[in-house]
Write a protein that binds this ligand. Structure first.
Ligand code: BV8
Length: 236
């Protein structure tokens, strides 16, 4: 690991699974009892806003019941101690990475604790439900929506992500099925620019063949061990 300077880490729902948050592609393929197209598209929000708000209100409320796990804490430690560039790009909309202390962090699919006004475009930190159509703090219109990237919408900060992928020597993917793009394509971009690519997941992802190395197992075990390895603290 001595020639590693810049690291990009992609996380998915698997990093929060051991904290008690549901992943997207469980055995029944449903997402907390819903089909993705019924709760995570702009059309769904227009067609059935009550269902979409109820889905996201329930997930936002759940955040108060869960804690970061050892994987989140290990990544926060790496973030604090790594001397080179480091960027955690999370597909997750929970706040567990930041609650563990991560700061060099980017939510490419948005955040449950952020509200976006569909009328005026204002974003605000938000903890309350939206199902009762609260007024936008900026324009007063009852047009708040979850600040979440739905299918068919452009993920956030893609230029920043692409720049980091072009500079990274190590790309690490943790707890994601590699089913959703553009996140699922990041490993190929990183490899194209010469990075080593490590995958840590409970089972092989759809993009396993693109990784230099795959470690299978629970994130709460694999990630702390890997962070110790990359920080070189074999004794700690
Ligand atoms: C876009 C919202 C374009 C937040 C999400 C055909 C081909 C290619 C692409 C497409 C296509 N048709 C449509 C597309 C585009 C589409 C897409 O990729 N569709 C897929 C289904 C084919 N993508 C989009 O629409 C994206 N936008 O392309 O925009 C564009 C261009 C110009 C202008 C405008 C637009 C937007 C995608 C974002 C959608 N929003 N979430 C929320 O509600 O949460 S996606 C959602 O699923 C998550 O955010 C996450 O990104 C994604 C994947 O989930 P994972 O995190 O991987 O979770 P999953 O359950 O799948 O897997 C968990 C893994 O963890 C498993 O492998 C499991 O084994 C492992 N695990 C479990 N427990 C543990 C564990 N690992 C370790 N330890 C454990 N304990």
């Amino acid at each position: 690991m001595s020639d590693i300077r810049n690291i990009v880490i992609l996380t998915g729902a698997g990093v929060s699974a051991e904290s008690g948050l549901a992943t997207f592609r469980g055995p029944d393929g449903l997402w907390e009892g819903h089909r993705v197209e019924d709760v995570c598209t702009p059309e769904a929000l227009a067609r059935n806003p009550d269902l979409v708000h109820a889905f996201y209100d329930a997930r936002r409320a759940k955040l108060g019941e869960v804690q970061p796990n050892a994987a989140h804490h290990a990544l926060a430690r790496l973030d604090a101690e790594w001397p080179g560039e480091l960027l955690i790009v999370t597909q997750n909309v929970d706040d567990l990475h930041e609650r563990a202390g991560a700061t060099r962090l980017l939510h490419m699919h948005g955040e449950l604790k952020s509200a976006l006004c569909a009328a005026c475009g204002t974003r605000r930190r938000w903890e309350a439900p939206m199902g009762d159509r609260p007024p936008c703090p900026a324009c007063g219109k009852p047009r708040l929506r979850p600040d979440i990237v739905f299918f068919g919408e452009m993920p956030y900060q893609m230029e920043r992500i692409d720049a980091a992928l072009g500079r990274c020597d190590l790309f690490v993917s943790i707890g994601t099925s590699g089913a959703v793009y553009p996140a699922a394509g990041f490993v190929r971009t990183a490899r194209h620019y010469g990075a080593w690519a490590l995958e840590m997941n409970l089972e092989p992802s759809a993009g396993s063949i693109y990784f230099s190395e795959s470690r299978m197992g629970p994130a709460s075990e694999l990630v702390p061990a890997w962070v110790k390895e990359v920080l070189g603290d074999r004794l700690a």
